[in-house]
Ligand binder design. Structure first.
Ligand SMILES: Cc1cc2nc3c(=O)[nH]c(=O)nc-3n(C[C@H](O)[C@H](O)[C@H](O)COP(=O)(O)OP(=O)(O)OC[C@H]3O[C@@H](n4cnc5c(N)ncnc54)[C@H](O)[C@@H]3O)c2cc1C
Length: 389
């Protein structure tokens, strides 16, 4: 699959620009944030002002009007530099719901301010404690009362909610007994977080393994104006689903960045570290795992590119996006393990930054969708095997 010379050259320029920006935010910046559980406010501001975080916002609303292929390259470069794009990636993948399903008034109200950095749309509220991966069984309800909805229920692992102005929320507007298709009866809403906090929304941060700013949310009669529905009422699952392929491709791109980060780091160290009077990289027991990880990351990167091109052409890409996410997340994890092994004991020293990236990249075999669920998608939708749940 060819993207054409002009587009490839533009992507090369974007990569160079992101690398230059990231060079100002050294690994120490990210590890300090990790220790303090703090948010990279300056980095996100700069990434937004440079136009990178608005990559998927159409130009008419002040964005860069780029594709998922370009957006993926941006996130990949942030990861590869040692940074953690998890602090801001949702702004890219939540965008599709608003751009494709939002009405004109919503787009005019929100998109220019998101593109300029005045407000952030960094939060995406789906997962619930009792239903987990079984999204269509979610229990948080939104009941209509005249011109607004009243939300009650609970969400868990909702990331960046304390660092975002808006959240895309999925809630049940019809009970399961009222629907025939299990994906019906859910509605997507834009929640104004500043207004909601303390007025029906309680936020409790989760003490987690990585600095992802994930929280539990408790809704107790939170009121949301009816005009904040994104797409059609009761059809919210499809609003969200539409963006899920973009999300998988973008997360896969981050994993490619992580994988390349680990391979760069291990290669450098294997050339420099001398034990038994020779660089450890001269031993094939060290060299081959690095070479194998390189091959696996390159193969996964080809699948990520293929999925992104299909997505940007508006073609069906469910299988490719899922496969890309699975391969990239597994390859980056394996590269992390290899990088730890290559560095021996020093990999445990925080100042080498490997353990932080190792923790961060582990997430992507679980969120936003776990490997088992991807295998189940391939089994059922690609291979036509019997449905299991
Ligand atoms: C750091 C972090 C950030 C997150 N951020 C967000 C966010 O911003 N917004 C949001 O909505 N969610 C977020 N999530 C939630 C994430 O999407 C879920 O954790 C993930 O989808 C898995 O759901 P679960 O944890 O409930 O696992 P469960 O659904 O309980 O599954 C547990 C395990 O069982 C497996 N499993 C379940 N059913 C089957 C089956 N039928 N066949 C085979 N295996 C099965 C799963 O694959 C998984 O490995 C985040 C999670 C984390 C850890």
């Amino acid at each position: 699959m060819d993207v054409g010379e002009e587009r490839r050259a533009q992507i090369a320029d974007i990569r160079q620009g992101v690398r230059a920006l990231c060079a100002k935010y050294k690994e120490g910046y990210w590890s300090d944030l990790d220790s303090d559980k703090a948010y990279p406010t300056e980095f996100v501001r700069e990434l937004t002002e440079a136009g990178y975080l608005g990559a998927l916002i159409p130009e008419q609303y002040g964005g860069s009007g780029l594709g998922v292929l370009e957006a993926g390259a941006i996130l990949e470069e942030v990861s590869r530099s040692g940074g953690n794009p998890g602090a801001c990636h949702a702004q890219m993948y939540v965008m599709g719901a608003l751009v494709r399903h939002g009405n004109d008034a919503q787009k005019e109200q929100f998109l220019p301010e998101i593109a300029s950095g005045k407000i952030r749309l960094q939060s995406f509220g789906i997962t619930e404690p009792t239903t987990g991966t079984d999204t269509t069984s979610l229990k948080t309800t939104a009941e209509r009362h005249g011109d607004h909805f009243v939300v009650n229920g609970q969400k868990v692992w909702i990331s960046r909610v304390e660092h975002s102005d808006l959240m895309l929320l999925l809630a049940r507007t019809k009970s399961k007994s009222e629907i025939t298709r299990r994906s019906d009866g859910l509605t997507a809403f834009i929640v104004d977080l500043k207004q909601a906090h303390g007025n029906g929304l309680t936020i409790r941060p989760i003490d987690a393994m990585i600095n992802h700013h994930s929280c539990e949310l408790f809704f107790d009669n939170l009121e949301i104006p009816a005009e904040n529905i994104v797409g059609e009422q009761d059809n919210g699952f499809h609003v969200v689903l539409d963006g899920m392929n973009a999300e998988r491709i973008l997360i896969a791109s981050e994993c490619i960045g992580d994988g390349r980060y680990f391979i760069d780091k291990a290669t450098r160290y294997a050339k420099e570290r001398v034990v038994f009077d020779r660089p450890i990289g001269q031993n094939q027991g060290i060299q081959f795992p690095i070479a194998r990880c390189y091959a696996e990351i390159e193969a996964a990167a080809s699948m990520v590119e293929r999925a992104a091109i299909l997505f940007d052409e508006g073609r069906h890409c469910g299988a490719e996006s899922n496969i890309a996410k699975m391969l990239a997340s597994e390859a980056s994890w394996k590269a992390g393990d290899m990088c730890m092994q290559t560095h021996g004991g020093y990999s445990f020293a925080r100042e080498y930054h490997i353990e932080r990236k190792f923790r961060e990249t582990r997430l992507y075999q679980i969120a936003p969708i776990s490997t088992n669920l991807i295998l189940s998608y391939i089994g059922e939708h690609v291979l036509g095997l019997p449905r299991s749940f």
